[in-house]
Design a protein around this ligand. Structure first.
Ligand code: SF4
Length: 377
């Protein structure tokens, strides 16, 4: 637990310029994972090239000034097909970095040539070994695992580096070590681990025993420290924060303002802060969209971000977190979608998601540090 409660100065308001944009080339996914939050994943609604051109008009100058990424996220982005994805990428300038978040099942030699030609960085969604992917099934309900590992093997044969993103549905003793060893073998160079979230059309509960989740993260740190070949996203964030506390620079860890993370839907609508809200609507908040790039330049949508009613409500929630939560300097107030899908509004504070993936993560890293302190320390 952080030693003191203090006021952190980061995360005040929404930044006018993001560090990345999420784009939805199609709503379609060829899989039907049981924990998926996407409402339209059975429909193939493709993004017109005019939407990509409108986004590129804003993004290209930003990318000239500093590192900037476009993340192609679906649905399953490869389900849009190579020709269409190439047409969507074409308006972006050479300084823009492209990423795809994919289930890997469609990756073949031609896709690998495409990734190399367009310098697309690949992140694969895979939850560990065969039995850990039981929730990842095709539309016919058959396990997708063999197709996932075939896609990953193709990436490796082409010498393409890749990241991995794993969803953990039930943290339990031994799982963290098993997962870390699996991903070492799989050959990814970056790994993100998410405890399953209750959001979108996935209404499964995500409350877990506190000690079990803390022990999961502590075990993951221990596995990583034995062989730290993979950049382990959550653990590295936590260690960076812990070392900033020791240096007295912990108030510099959070960005000064929230990254707006615009998600541009297939039809050009822009949802801010939480990609998971795109495609949903609510009688109180409408469709969560802050505008459409086909009508309004993206920079203008972002400069008016705080006028979107739910964004203003979320900013009140961030201030409530700042005032009440000893983990704020690490977390920065959490994610809008977790508040909405767990609490039905945006101005609450602690969610199951922040307990699982922020509070217990930091506790787990500290538990590991305490257990491995030298006796002289
Ligand atoms: S989201 Fe949760 S962990 Fe983050 S600052 Fe708010 S209460 Fe704390």
């Amino acid at each position: 637990m952080p030693a003191r409660q203090r006021t952190f100065s980061g995360m005040r308001g929404v930044a006018a310029v993001p560090t990345y944009v999420v784009m939805q080339p199609t709503t379609l996914c060829n899989l039907d994972c049981r924990y998926c939050y996407l409402p339209l994943r059975a429909a193939d609604r493709r993004m017109p090239v005019a939407v990509a051109e409108a986004v590129a008009a804003a993004v290209n100058p930003w990318a000239e000034r500093g590192r900037f990424s476009v993340v192609w996220h679906g649905g399953e982005p490869l389900a849009a097909g190579r020709d269409h994805l190439a047409a969507l990428i074409a308006p972006f300038g050479p300084s823009v970095e492209h990423h795809v978040q994919t289930n890997a099942t469609l990756i073949d030699d031609d896709w690998c040539a495409f990734f190399a030609e367009h310098r697309v960085r690949v992140s694969v969604s895979v939850d560990g070994g065969r039995e850990r992917n039981a929730e990842r099934v095709t539309r016919a309900g058959r396990p997708a695992y063999d197709r996932i590992v075939r896609g990953v093997a193709t990436l490796r044969r082409h010498g393409l580096p890749f990241s991995a993103l794993a969803v953990v549905s039930r943290p339990e003793p031994g799982l963290a070590t098993e997962l870390y060893d699996y991903f070492l073998e799989l050959g990814c160079d970056v790994l993100g681990v998410n405890i399953e979230e209750t959001e979108g059309v996935n209404l499964r509960g995500n409350a877990h025993d506190a000690a079990t989740v803390t022990a999961f993260w502590a075990e993951l740190v221990a596995a990583w420290r034995r062989d730290p070949r993979i950049h382990l996203r959550e653990v590295e964030w936590s260690l960076r924060y812990a070392s900033a506390i020791l240096d007295g620079t912990d108030d510099d860890v959070l960005p000064r303002r929230l990254d707006p993370i615009p998600t541009v839907g297939h039809d050009g609508s822009v949802t801010l802060l939480s990609p998971e809200l795109a495609g949903f609507s609510d009688s109180r908040y409408g469709d969560f969209s802050s505008g459409n790039v086909l009508d309004t330049p993206l920079a203008e949508i972002l400069s008016d971000a705080e006028r979107t009613s739910w964004v203003g409500e979320f900013l009140s929630g961030v201030e409530a977190c700042r005032a009440s939560c000893p983990y704020f300097g690490f977390c920065g107030g959490g994610h809008a979608a977790n508040r909405y899908f767990e609490q039905g509004r945006f101005d609450g504070t602690e969610t199951e998601h922040c307990r699982n993936s922020k509070i217990r993560l930091l506790e787990g890293v500290l538990e590991h540090a305490r257990d491995h302190q030298s006796p002289a320390a």
